[in-house]
Design a protein around this ligand. Structure first.
Ligand SMILES: NC(=O)c1ccc[n+]([C@@H]2O[C@H](COP(=O)([O-])OP(=O)(O)OC[C@H]3O[C@@H](n4cnc5c(N)ncnc54)[C@H](OP(=O)(O)O)[C@@H]3O)[C@@H](O)[C@H]2O)c1
Length: 352
């Protein structure tokens, strides 16, 4: 029998991060799992899905009223907005609403885990200091991750629960309907290039092909997240989490080409958001031709995110030794990660 003495509340359970965290927790014996999102999901013996609008404090309070057993909140919800300033208000509100509602009903709350990213180092603004270390999270706002952390730090004062924050690089995993999903960007772009008989061309900015970067496997991140949330030495701290190897696209891109059985050709800078905007018809034809799962084109298109990532013509990595010093020794080989996620996307009939 499963000894479920801990209850995880995954906030954003349909996300590329939250979904993969749910799949990891399902493999562990001692967790009951509840997932929150607007779209909800099919509850199973392992996870109970609840549909809620986190932006609506009344809805959150109502749906949270029976979440009395929650011991760990894993916060990985995200609302996309066009500017850095506009991201702050909704993303802070969702965290405040859920922590407020759960604190009220769950006397055994032990921990709140917050998913952040390298935006805390200003990585989204331009060339930032690398390797970025956890205590270098100090740049001019607006930046919602830091507002969320400041809220937790203040709210935690005098409480019996602790918090931790995870700072992954670009997260690679399977999911649909996500604004930030690089595996989906590459998988679709490669498949659609191939369908048109084109070679695989890196679409990023000049220079971005040759810079040094790192990424974070969603499964590795899930393991690190649970580790940080359940080890007392991690309380009230932030941790960079990445695969542990660095790469350049100039080496990775041909490997991706080989996986898709495509020739690679010289990079050609282009905005995927612009050039892929008129390709919904091609995608529809491919879905019919190859018997793919019926996801709408918008649910598998994170083109703007692709433009952002492929626009990084500066080094993009952080120092991952703090987590290692405190006991998390997981790593993933980045080329293997890409190929394994593309294989999963094929199994799930997302790409041909
Ligand atoms: N993806 C990456 O590569 C990456 C890298 C570094 C850091 N991060 C950070 O990690 C966090 C999570 O990102 P993600 O990419 O996993 O996000 P995501 O895939 O877009 O997932 C967001 C989740 O939040 C839920 N959600 C959004 N609005 C909601 C609302 N009003 N009420 C209830 N649920 C709502 C979504 O489900 P519904 O749509 O069904 O509501 C989904 O489950 C973000 O802070 C992001 O900046 C992401």
């Amino acid at each position: 029998m499963r000894d479920q003495h801990k209850t995880a509340l995954i906030v954003g359970a349909q996300g590329v991060i939250g979904g993969n965290l749910a799949r990891h927790l399902e493999t562990l014996d001692d967790w009951a799992i509840i997932g929150l999102s607007r779209r909800g999901g099919v509850s199973t013996g392992k996870i109970r899905h609840i549909s809620v609008d986190l932006l609506d404090p009344g809805d959150v309070a109502r749906k949270a009223s029976d979440l009395t057993t929650v011991t760990h909140i894993f916060y990985a919800a995200y609302q996309d907005r066009p500017t850095w300033a506009e991201l702050v208000e909704p993303n802070l509100a969702m965290l405040v609403n859920v922590v407020t509602a759960v604190e009220r009903v769950a006397p055994g709350l032990e921990h709140v885990s917050l998913m952040q990213g390298y935006k805390v180092y200003g990585a989204h603004l331009g060339p930032f200091k690398t390797p970025a270390r956890e205590d270098e999270d100090n740049h001019m706002p607006p930046e919602f991750n830091m507002d969320q952390q400041a809220f937790l730090q203040t709210r935690q004062q005098g409480k019996s629960w602790t918090w931790s924050a995870l700072r992954p690089s670009v997260v690679i995993g399977t999911a649909t309907g996500n604004p930030m999903n690089l595996a989906m960007v590459i998988g679709l772009y490669a498949s659609m290039s191939k369908e048109r008989g084109l070679p695989l061309r890196f679409p990023g900015k000049p220079g971005a092909y040759d810079t040094l970067l790192e990424m974070t496997d969603a499964g590795l991140l899930a393991r690190a997240t649970v580790w940080a949330a359940t080890n007392p030495q991690c309380a009230n701290q932030a941790f960079n989490i990445a695969n542990g190897d660095l790469f350049r696209w100039n080496e990775m891109w041909p490997k991706i080409g080989r996986f898709f059985e495509m020739e690679t050709a010289a990079p050609l800078p282009m905005s995927l958001k612009v050039v892929m905007a008129d390709k919904a018809g091609l995608w529809q034809q491919m879905k019919e031709k190859y018997g793919l799962a019926d996801h709408p084109y918008e649910a598998v298109s994170s083109w703007a995110f692709g433009d952002a990532v492929f626009g990084w013509n500066y080094d993009f990595f952080a120092d991952g030794t703090k987590a290692r010093r405190l006991g998390f020794h997981g790593y993933v080989q980045s080329d293997e990660m890409f190929l394994s996620v593309f294989r999963k996307m094929r199994e799930q009939r997302i790409i041909p």
